[in-house]
Structures are given as C-alpha cells and as structure tokens.
Design a protein around this ligand. Structure first.
Ligand SMILES: Cc1cc2nc3c(=O)[nH]c(=O)nc-3n(C[C@H](O)[C@H](O)[C@H](O)COP(=O)(O)OP(=O)(O)OC[C@H]3O[C@@H](n4cnc5c(N)ncnc54)[C@H](O)[C@@H]3O)c2cc1C
Length: 598
C-alpha cells in the first residue's frame, strides 16, 4: 500500500479550507467537504436534497454525487403513475391503500411503515404540483388518477405515461434553485467511509477526469436506485447496477429481503422495454395464442389488474403449457397485450409514450395491433436494511428509494408505489440528515481506509492485469440470473447459479484494458461487475434458503407460503466466506396474513 505521507497536512488543509488536496506519487486524493452528501440523483436523491436544504434554511452545504447526469437517472423512465389517496370523498381511503399494499406484499411488508407511507403521500402530490408538476387532469380540472394492478381504487396519479420524467424535471428544477445544493455529475461513488461506526463520507471517482476524491460530510444518504441489471432481460437502464447496495454491504450494513425481485408482466419482446401497467389500467387485455383472455382463469375478479407477481406467473404458465407465441429471432416466448380496445383518442392522450416506444422499437402501432410481452425484471423489493426513518446501522447514514428496504413492498411491490416511496423517504431522510448535520461535528477521517480504496482502484484495477474479460463475467452473471432466478425458481437452479457466481468471483477479471484516466468507462464497468457479483450471491443464497413461495419468490419445490417458518425478513451480512444470513420479524399492526385472491 502507498504510504500516507503527511496526514497532519491533510487535516490542516481540511480545517483551513473547504476543499483540500492530498497529493501522492501517482494520484491525488481531493477532499471535498460538505455537511450532507447524497449519492444518487433520482427521485429519492433529489427529494432528499431539497428537503435537507429546506430544513436547514440553506445553511448546510449539500453535495449530490451521481454517476450519470442528474436527468439521466433511472427515475426518468418511470411511466405509469404515483400512488396516493386524493379523493376520500369519492370512495378512496387511507385504509384501502394500506391494505392493498400489505396484501400486495404477500404480508411481508412492515405495516407501521406502510401506514406512515400512505398518510404522507397526498401532500407529496400537492407539493410536486406547487413546484410545477404537470399532473394530467380530469374533465373537471382536478388531478386525474388511473387504475393500477392490485388496487381497490384508481389511485395512480399520472402525467400522461411519463410520470418519472416530469417528476424528475420538477425536482431537478427545484433543487437547482438552492445555491447550497451542489451537483457532482458523472462521479462514481466507490465506498462508504466510517469511523467507530459513524459516517465520515464517501470515496468517489470523477469519471470525466479520472480523479479520486473523498467527499467528507457529517451525514450521508444512499439513494442509488435498484439493481435490475443483474438480469439482461430488464426494464432498467444499463446504469442500474447495485453499487450503493454493495457499498453498504461492504461497510457492514446488511442487505434485506434480496430474494424478492419483481418481474413486470409486460416487457416488450425482444428488447425488454417496459409497456406500463397503465396500459392495462386503461383497458388493455392479455391474450394467449388461442385468442383467450387467460387471466380469467388465474384472477377471476381483477383479471389483468391482479398484482404483478400473479400476472407474471400466469403468463409463464400459459407459455409453458404451449399457449404462447415464439419470437423466432430471439427465441423468446410471449403473449399478446392487446390495447386496441382503448381507442385512438385515449391512447394518444394517455399512452403516447409507449405508442412511440412500440412504433420505434418494434414497428407496432398499439392503436391497431397487439404488443408481444413477457415478464421482465423490473424492481428490487429488497435493499439496504433501514428502519422506519430510513436510518442504517451506521450513525449519520440513511438510505432512501429503491436502494433501501424499509420495507413497504415486502415480497411484491404494487405499481405506482415506488416513485411514491422515493418521495416519502426522500423527504424523511433529507430532513433527518439535515438535523443530524446541524447538531454534529465532522468525524475524524480514517485515512488508511481512504487510501486503501484509492489503491484498490488505481493499483488494483486501473493498472492491474488479468486474464478474464470482465464483460464476459457480466454476461455470464446475467445469463445465470435470467435462467435460474426468474419468475419460477427451484432449489437446483438456484444452487447451480450460486456455484457459478462463486466461481466467477474467484476469477481474474479485476483489470482494465483501457489504462487512460479520462472517461474511462472500462474502469467504471469493472467496478460495477464486482458489486454485481457480490449482490447476485446475496440474491441467490437468500432465495435458496427461503424454502417457501411468497409474492415474487415462487419456488416450484416449495409452492406454498409458509407463515409458520418464513414470515420474517432475510438479512444478509458480508463475511470473508460470503453472505451470512439472519432474520428479523415482520411488523404486523392490523392485518393478519391471509390467503390472497384477486
Ligand atoms: C421503465 C420503468 C418504469 C417505471 N415506472 C414506474 C411508475 O410508473 N411508477 C412507480 O412508482 N415506479 C415506477 N418504476 C420504478 C421507479 O421508477 C424506480 O423504482 C425509482 O424511480 C427509483 O428511484 P431512485 O431515486 O431510488 O433511483 P434511480 O432513479 O434509479 O437513481 C439512482 C441514482 O443513483 C446514482 N448512482 C447509482 N450508483 C452510483 C454510484 N456508484 N455512484 C454515484 N451515483 C450512483 C445514479 O446516477 C442515479 O442518479 C419504473 C421503473 C422502470 C424501470
């Protein structure tokens, strides 16, 4: 390891200047100091930053570190809606939203968290409205809502079928009004630094220049989104890798309920691009090869608007029983999503985004033709273990959004509840982090840890050598996950994939072909693959160990839910030998587990 030449000089600089530099023979560790550092600029990260700025009257300095340009964060692709109870006078109720969410979660959600979430949501919708969000409107001018799967009331609030784009634009515009919020775009965070289990900051790599920095802060929030790119057939952008989860896991925070991965029923074949659930909410139907509306056999009441886990299992069952179609080019089997009954006017008003997508990527006009769809990896119910306030086990560190597991989604998330969760826990964590940063001093920096991280990246990976292509590892990992941890799972398949992932972990892939510093995406990609392997191992081990079927985790060898043994959250702790599993109870306040019918 390189010697830290003059530690006192670094401390001296820190106390003298906001920004100090520590120079070494080959690299520079820049110290970027602020009060709160937020990793991630999706809906959760931006909402947190705004709240931290508001709660502190702009007295705190807030850094947002994000590996893509802020408006390219994955949240921009959210399509269909954000759930909230807006119209109790027309028949909706908090009770109903809470119950639908708990039932949708297959009773694994923590019910106190769900209640807090549901009660907080309406004001988030109005807050966004006040910041300029162009919600779609009803005929009478009030905010419009539509049906989504698993709900008893049409409570998905929407802006055409581009809800994520408009929410991001609204939050980004609002965040840029605060001078105290500073964006570090295309900076890749690599590790969480702590001292005596208190948060001290994060290390990050400036992708543009290749510089390495230590973002020192009193409080931190991890809002790095989901990890859907563990799969190749996914609705996620290529940047959706589990970096933040991996950073937390390495820092000693457990990952919770990682076996629960959501497969959305309607990924367009062959690309996997999402056709929003709003398409079914607006009247779209699913048909098999025989032209049969098959959902009537699986969910006689809710049909296509049953919860996602139920609809996805139905589609795969139809395909397996020979009633699917086959895409000859990709070999993928599918069913039809038929939107022709919705009508041109409504499609153009409310589903224009997916009409464009189907036209551009498949040459299909949804006004007159069905779309080929099959279940696609879409969301991760699990994540960084946090309490109801979004606090992790490290003092001064919170997590929010898809990266975190509070848990309101349990074993299966209802559509439109994720953007909503990002808003609610973005606000909660932003406020708490600001309060903490106002009361506390900066912690002492464990420089050895910072320098070890610098050495790992520059000596180990950038200047390292190896015989195995990291991109092959990424492809092989995704192939194993697609094949063995999809809608239906078996013990044999999960074990096979786990063994393969463990072999890959040992392989010599941690090196770069590209040795340059500027825009070295090769280096970023290798860092991502490292995290993907470790998090995939957690997913597979958690899934293999959970010998029951619950929500999105459907085991063919254990087809029933087993509340006696498995009504509990999985916690995976990192050890040198691999993940070590433990469990904690589910919070049940009102709704005792019951059999689900849709
Ligand atoms: C196609 C699609 C449609 C969807 N539609 C809906 C919908 O209609 N309604 C709904 O409720 N939900 C929807 N979802 C789910 C929802 O959009 C996401 O769960 C949510 O937007 C996640 O937001 P986030 O803020 O947690 O993270 P993201 O928006 O994913 O942002 C993650 C951020 O972390 C940053 N980051 C990650 N790793 C690093 C690193 N190492 N260093 C620095 N920065 C890092 C990224 O740059 C990014 O800014 C949809 C999901 C998909 C894929």
């Amino acid at each position: 390891m390189k010697q830290v030449k003059n530690v006192s000089e670094v401390f001296h600089w820190e106390s003298q200047r906001q920004k100090g530099c520590y120079f070494e023979a080959r690299s520079v560790v820049e110290v970027i100091k602020s009060d709160v550092v937020i990793v991630g600029s999706g809906i959760a990260g931006l909402r947190a930053a705004i709240e931290a700025a508001r709660a502190s009257n702009s007295r705190l300095e807030i850094s947002i570190v994000t590996k893509v340009q802020a408006m390219r964060s994955h949240s921009v692709s959210a399509e269909g809606g954000t759930a909230a109870v807006l119209y109790p006078e027309l028949g909706d109720s908090f009770e109903s939203h809470i119950f639908d969410t708990v039932k949708g979660s297959d009773y694994l959600a923590d019910q106190d968290a769900v209640e807090r979430f549901v009660l907080a949501m309406p004001s988030e919708i109005y807050q966004l409205e006040h910041w300029g969000m162009p919600w779609s409107r009803r005929e009478d001018g009030r905010i419009a809502q539509r049906w989504f799967g698993g709900y008893s009331y049409p409570r998905a609030t929407f802006a055409e079928d581009k809800v994520g784009f408009f929410e991001m634009q609204t939050l980004y515009d609002t965040a840029t009004k605060y001078d105290s919020i500073k964006f570090y775009q295309e900076w890749f965070a690599t590790s969480i630094v702590k001292y005596q289990n208190k948060f001290v900051g994060v290390t990050a790599l400036d992708i543009k220049k290749g510089d390495f920095a230590f973002f020192k802060a009193k409080a931190g929030i991890i809002a790095t989104g989901g990890s859907g790119r563990l799969y190749s057939f996914a609705t996620y952008g290529y940047s959706a890798t589990p970096d933040g989860m991996h950073m937390a896991y390495k820092a000693g925070i457990p990952l919770k309920d990682m076996e629960f991965i959501q497969f959305h029923p309607s990924g367009m074949v062959p690309s996997g691009i999402l056709i929003t659930e709003a398409a079914r909410g607006e009247g779209g139907i699913l048909l098999n090869k025989e032209g049969e509306r098959f959902m009537k056999r699986y969910a006689p009441e809710k049909l296509e608007l049953a919860s996602r886990d139920v609809v996805s299992r139905a589609i795969i069952t139809e395909i397996e029983q020979g009633r699917g179609f086959k895409d000859e080019a990709s070999g993928l089997e599918y069913v039809h999503l038929d939107l022709t009954g919705i009508g041109e006017k409504k499609i153009k008003e409310r589903l224009n985004g997916i009409r464009e997508i189907a036209l551009k990527f498949r040459g299909i006009d949804i006004i007159s033709e069905p779309v080929p769809v099959r279940p696609v990896c879409h969301y991760v119910m699990g994540g960084i273990d946090v309490n109801i306030d979004g606090a992790t086990s490290i003092a001064g560190l919170w997590a929010a959004g898809e990266a975190a597991c509070v848990s309101i989604n349990g074993a299966n998330r209802l559509g439109a509840n994720s953007t909503a969760e990002c808003l609610v826990w973005g606000k909660i964590t932003g406020e708490l982090a600001a309060r903490y940063a106002t009361e506390k001093q900066h912690e002492q920096t464990p420089w050895e840890d910072v320098m070890m991280e610098e050495k790992r990246i520059f000596d180990g990976i950038l200047h390292g050598s190896g015989s195995v292509n990291p991109y092959e590892i990424r492809d092989n990992l995704q192939r194993e996950m697609d094949a063995n941890a999809y809608v239906f799972r078996t013990g044999d398949g999960l074990l096979h994939a786990l063994k393969r992932i463990r072999e890959m972990k040992k392989q010599d892939f941690r090196h770069c072909e590209d040795k340059s510093r500027r825009y070295n995406t090769n280096l970023k990609d290798v860092l991502e693959v490292e995290g993907m392997l470790e998090v995939a191992e957690v997913v597979l081990l958690s899934a293999l160990t959970r010998t029951e079927s619950r929500g999105a985790h459907a085991r063919r060898d254990y087809p029933n839910r087993d509340d006696k043994n498995w009504l509990k959250h999985t916690l995976a702790f990192r050890t040198e030998e691999g993940p070590k599993l433990d469990y904690k109870p589910v919070v049940i306040t009102k709704y005792q587990p019951a059999e689900r019918h849709y």
